[in-house]
Write a protein that binds this ligand. Sequence first.
Ligand SMILES: [Mg+2]
Length: 230
Amino acid sequence: MTSATSARAFDLVIFDCDGVLVDSERISSREFAALLCEIGLDFTPQRSCETFMGHSMPRCMEIVTELLGHAPPDDLLARYHANMTVAMTRELQPVPGIVAVLDALDRAQLPYAVASNGEHTKMQTTLGVTGLRARFEGKRFSSLDVPRPKPAPDLFLHAAERMGVSPSRCVVIEDSPLGVAGAYAAGMSVIGYADLMSAERLLAAGAREVITDLTALHALLELDDVRQIT
Ligand SMILES: [Mg+2]
């Protein structure tokens, strides 16, 4: 099937940022776990991932406060951001396969955007470090733009409205149960990317299907160059 003959079921692809565009979840889970251990919480990177992945930072701080039984040190967030900036500058890479997917979308002239629970400044950094920033100029949407972060549908609905596409014509790529749930609540078709989270959790949150390799998007999105992907 070629792009010329395909009747695709979507007019916009909305990507999550962390863990879908940029391979940041391993780094953030490691750095956050290290800081939590310093303030007396017993966290491994895996537990950090399972507890905080996909949440906005304000919600993460609420969870930390609940676990501690009191507010964390005032400088915790600043130290986390400082450590992450250093680590991401050194280590951050695009998620394997995503650049080829974006190239194929560009060739097919299919619109795409990014919708993240992270702040704009964080996206500018992560997308900048990985060389993806220019692709998302004017197409970056943050939970800070809307009343409620994921798992509320607000951010996805906002992105669709700003891009001029009906929610029912959007397909969303998400790697966290929170993100999947938000896109599903927005009435969008969701493809789960099971990297650090299990396929079962993504399916339970509302993903229509789950992939473990972003290369599979070439076929699922009916892009024009499936045969060129090795
Ligand atoms: Mg994510």
